[in-house]
Design a protein around this ligand. Sequence first.
Ligand code: IPE
Ligand code: IPE
Ligand code: MG
Length: 232
Amino acid sequence: MQVPQHISIIMDGNGRWAKQKGHRRLFGHKSGVEAVRDVTTYCAEIGVKYLSLFAFSEENWDRPADEVKGLMELMFKSMLDERDTLLKNQIRFRVIGNTDHLSASLLAAIRKLEDETAAGSRMTMIVMLSYSGKWDILQAARHYAADCLAAGEQLPVDEARFSDYLATAGVPDPDLLVRTSGEQRISNYMLWQTAYTEFYYSPVLWPDFRRKDLEQAISDFNNRQRRYGKVE
Ligand code: IPE
Ligand code: IPE
Ligand code: MG
């Protein structure tokens, strides 16, 4: 079986999962951490090199204030709780997103964990936090324009050079994108990077998602024929 080099997951359905159980939405988010741990350790075990997880979109800032606050607190707590698991499994931790919107304390905790796990060579886990695809393309374009201004000329740009301006610079494009909870849309996720990604939709709500569900997605991925516009 071919293991995708980069798997990305849109972790969706926490709110519905909690509602089904008669709980508040935040209970669903908290329960989702278990799924993150199981899927992350599984990916490291089978040889995935990059696992990116869509944890919070730019649009999610418009949710009720108590949910946003709860999610940020959960992110903070989870980083402390999962530190040892990451180190033990040699997993490098990274956050990609619009960090301008994050609190100074959360940002400091992120940088600390990124530094502590920097030597993790088995797999890189990327939490996409305060991220959106359009934001990423716009910030890349702005930085490119600023570099042109500084150089006093229009710099050559092609796909590879433009990719280097994206927040995901250096990370290979996802081979497989999984979205849970049955929704079949991209929700402003990695728009540029998913140009030739294989999509897999799972009906399972994120807090119930486990390694066996990801195994199914990978097995499905193995039956895909990636043509990149060419004729086989
Ligand atoms: C995904 O679950 C987590 C975030 C977007 C932060 P949701 O909170 O979107 O759950 P549903 O889609 O409302 O069930
Ligand atoms: C996408 O889920 C964002 C994350 C999973 C972090 P949403 O629940 O925000 O997406 P929509 O609103 O259903 O498109
Ligand atoms: Mg949702």
